[in-house]
Design a protein around this ligand. Structure first.
Ligand code: ADP
Ligand code: MG
Ligand code: MG
Ligand code: MG
Length: 400
């Protein structure tokens, strides 16, 4: 048993040397801390004598938030490590392999994915990822289906739920996504230019009703084991490959929360495009690529989810005529609503997205913020009436 203490790069090297079968005895190890250090430390360790490298991620017992410290349980490191192992089993090659862990030190030693790029950065740099929708559709279909009552034994699921009780991380989501953007709160974070939008969010009763319903679903609906933070900053990509990282917000919640996270972050990037691309033809092409990705993510997810329903259903009552269609319809509506809530919070709440924040021109940035809010609010307000991805895209199109 090791007593918890935050690692220095030297500590990380010392640990790496003791890992069986990892580095040669004469390895010349170098270590850099590459995380942003707000919640976790991420050490990148390379052997200068070979091409071997590993990542060590260690949780910190607090989050640094606007100059203060917010205590966070270290349990999330064990949860992140266990769900990574679970996801690796369900979707081999789609998450980093866990090589070693120490739950007392709240750390996981894992595969180095530095040959991939974080998708948010890749999109900002104009990358295209033609296989992304298929890959993430497969990832979400398999991880959500096989951890739900559709695809796993219901008693085992209840036992597993006990291992993924993650109240500190859930509270972050409950506060930052489903509460603070809709009232005056210290952690809210938006530019003075959109005070009118922030005020409108605080006084829109129709919007508040829908957010309350989404919040209730997040609080109470233990449908499947979620990644819980599936934005484009938690996804590594190349043209051929997709790998999901950072599931420290994992818990049993509503499936649409993960699907909505992917949709929201593609739409946030979409809203940023007029601020990034001047040439109108190029802009239109890029916008089409992003909206096609939104369509394809849902379509690929739905078709894989339905084929698992056909092949791997464990609940006989779920074969009731019409049940599958109603289930998928509700999941789609939840995804749309959660996507909207995630868009809104990224504009007025504590944590923003680089896609929009790095637009240099203030007027263009403001336009992107207003566009993202308009889309987000429309998705929240209409979520319970949406039936098809075409209707979702029409909602995006007519929101601004
Ligand atoms: P946090 O929970 O603090 O956001 P992440 O797991 O997202 O931590 O990691 C932060 C950053 O560290 C990532 O954006 C990525 O640049 C790097 N990183 C994390 N895991 C890996 C990995 N397995 N391989 C390579 N880089 C990684
Ligand atoms: Mg981070
Ligand atoms: Mg994280
Ligand atoms: Mg992260």
């Amino acid at each position: 048993m090791s007593q918890y203490h935050p690692f220095t790069p030297q500590d990380a090297i010392e640990l790496a040397k003791t890992l069986p079968g990892t580095f040669a005895a004469d390895a010349n190890l170098e270590c850099r801390e590459i995380g942003d250090g707000n919640l976790n430390l991420v050490f990148h360790i390379t052997d200068q004598n070979s091409d071997k490298s590993i990542i060590i991620k260690q949780a910190l017992p607090y989050a640094k938030v606007v100059g203060e410290s917010w205590p966070l349980s270290l349990v999330r490191a064990r949860i992140e490590r266990e769900i990574l192992q679970e996801e690796y089993r369900l979707c081999p090659g789609m998450v980093p392999e866990v090589y070693h862990y120490d739950d007392d030190l709240a750390l996981t030693v894992m595969e180095d994915l530095s040959d991939h790029v974080i998708m948010r950065k890749g999109l900002i740099d104009g990358g295209t990822y033609p296989l992304f929708a298929q890959h993430i559709g497969e990832f979400m279909a398999r991880t959500l289906f096989f951890t739900s009552d559709l695809g796993m034994n219901q008693q085992l699921k209840k036992e597993k739920q006990g291992r993924f009780v993650n109240p500190d991380q859930c509270k972050i989501t409950e506060d930052l996504i489903f509460d603070e953007p809709y009232r005056i709160a210290e952690k809210n974070n938006y530019e003075a230019a959109i005070e009118d939008e922030a005020e409108a969010l605080r006084t829109d009763g129709e919007l508040h009703l829908e957010v309350a319903l989404l919040r209730e679903k997040f609080l109470t609906h233990g449908q499947a084991l979620l990644h819980g933070d599936l934005h484009t900053g938690s996804i590594f990509v190349t043209a051929e490959s997709t790998k999901v990282i950072d599931p420290e917000f994992a818990y049993f919640g509503p499936m649409g929360f993960d699907v909505g996270a992917v949709l929201a972050n593609l739409l946030l990037h979409y809203a940023s495009l007029p601020g990034r691309i001047q040439d109108q033809t190029a802009l239109h092409e890029r916008e089409t690529i992003l909206l096609d990705m939104v369509r394809d993510v849902w379509t690929e997810f739905e078709s894989r989810f339905r084929s698992l329903w056909a092949s791997d259903l464990v609940d006989p009552m779920a074969k009731a005529p019409g049940y599958e269609d109603l289930y998928v319809q509700q999941l789609f509506r939840d995804s749309a609503g959660f996507a909207g809530a995630k868009m809104v919070r990224r504009i007025v709440g504590l944590a923003h997205v680089a896609d929009i924040d790095t637009i240099e021109d203030a007027t263009q940035r403001e336009r992107a913020q207003r566009k993202a809010l308009a889309i987000g609010k429309a998705l929240i307000k209409r979520n319970r009436n949406l039936n098809t991805i075409g209707e979702l895209l029409d909602t995006v199109d007519t929101a601004v």
